[in-house]
Design a protein around this ligand. Structure first.
Ligand code: FMN
Length: 388
């Protein structure tokens, strides 16, 4: 079955997860009404925003708000998107772009395209298969999926189901034993690297999630978190320092990716402390409202790193042209959070595959027109900053 056929297959589990009455039948892509149980024709969804519109119509309001919202007044979340609008392309013509190659390597792992799936929690809110469906989609597309420790499927289940490379993202518990155990489980399940998200010494101030709390479906829970009274023993990692990172790094053979770097100073420290890569990220605008947009932070970080480790970016990627802009500014690859989530909500594995396909197609076309045959051909000369 291809992605579209899988999306059209009947999925009875959906019936019990309707949005509240007031939310059913909201306008979807192109303004048509979308029934929460209908399976849209994925081939007709031509971009991530259309995918989100269908997801919004299908999901309970709490699940939608969990994914869509950011911290505070959501200024940073919006800034992640608008930052892309400040860059324009400088296409070069009469370049042979007949056979384009979108593949690259990330930490030595070959990927078919420079788009990876960011770690994000509670995927069974969006689809009964949750993280397993996302892992299969990433594998089918030939790219990496990062699994959040806040997942609704176990490290081992996702490891067994995956057909491509996985990263594991542990939360930073003050009790290092919890982190070490989780990392050891990921190592045993053959994950390729450890992605430490270091931007969350406290959980962001998220009003929408308080206003519209999400509810996990019956039988679904936190699969990897230490629980206290049925609730996750919440992370803080508020006591973590660069030395804590050193201590964790010594306990694993796997390369460490540091996610949540926004300054040249911290990028330089990440190199010093042996990170193999960083993700320039503000957590999709979910942590500190008013933080710099990821794309705005990228150029100074790339300059500070000077090729000493790989620099990736996430935040606001919705189009193939966004990927191209990030690559031109020096990112080796990007990660998608919400874009993958909308695909998962619309049609499970097939929906995530469709999102990756859309990004791949638009990136490939855009590379041709900008005059780049491979990712190595994409340079800063391909973009210019506008006055706005
Ligand atoms: C619903 C949701 C849950 C998330 N959960 C986590 C998480 O558990 N760990 C983590 O490191 N980042 C988490 N993130 C942040 C993503 O990894 C990523 O940084 C962000 O989504 C990128 O921005 P984008 O959504 O605009 O692509 C989450 C993001 C979303 C949308």
């Amino acid at each position: 079955m291809n992605a579209t056929q899988r999306a059209q297959a009947v999925r009875p589990e959906r019936a019990e997860r309707r949005p509240p009455a007031g939310d059913a039948g909201r306008p979807g892509a192109s303004g048509e009404r979308v029934s929460p149980d209908s399976q849209p024709d994925l081939a007709k969804l031509l971009n991530v925003d259309e995918m989100e519109a269908v997801a919004k119509a299908k999901l309970p309001i709490g699940s939608y708000a969990y994914v869509a919202s950011g911290a505070g007044a959501e200024v940073t979340m919006r800034a992640n998107r608008t930052a892309f609008g400040r860059w324009v392309f400088r296409p070069r013509v009469l370049v042979n772009v007949k056979d384009r190659d979108l593949s690259t390597t990330v930490l030595g792992t070959k990927v078919s395209m420079p788009v990876l799936i960011a770690p994000y929690a509670l995927q069974c809110l969006l689809d009964p298969e949750g993280e397993v469906a996302t892992a299969r989609a990433a594998g089918a597309a030939g790219t990496v999926m990062a699994l959040s420790m806040g997942s609704t499927r176990t490290i081992e289940d996702v490891g067994a189901a995956a057909t491509g490379p996985l990263w594991f993202q542990p939360y930073l518990f003050d009790d290092l034993g919890i982190v070490r155990d989780a990392v050891a489980r990921a190592e045993a399940a053959r994950y390729a690297s450890i992605c430490l998200t270091c931007d969350s010494p406290a959980l962001g101030y998220r009003e929408a999630q308080t206003r519209w709390p999400h509810q996990l479906p019956e039988g679904v829970g936190w699969a990897n978190m230490p629980l206290e009274g049925g609730r996750p023993r919440w992370l803080s990692g508020a006591s973590w320092t660069w030395e804590t990172l050193d201590a964790v790094r010594r306990t694993t053979k796997l390369p460490i990716v540091l996610k949540g770097i926004l300054t040249a100073e911290d990028a330089a420290l990440a190199v010093e402390h042996g990170a193999a890569a960083i993700v320039v990220s503000n957590h999709g605008g979910r942590q500190l409202d008013g933080s710099i947009a990821s794309l705005d932070a990228l150029p100074e970080i790339v300059d500070a790193v000077g090729g000493r480790m790989e620099v990736l970016l996430d935040g606001g990627i919705r189009r193939g042209t966004d990927v191209l802009t990030a690559l031109a500014l020096g990112a080796r690859a990007v990660l998608i959070g919400r874009a993958a989530a909308w695909g998962l909500a619309v049609a499970g594995q097939a929906g995530v595959e469709r999102v990756l396909e859309l990004l791949r197609d638009e990136l490939s076309t855009s590379m041709a027109i900008v005059g780049a045959r491979s990712l190595a051909d994409v340079t800063r000369e391909h973009v210019a900053r506008t006055a706005a």
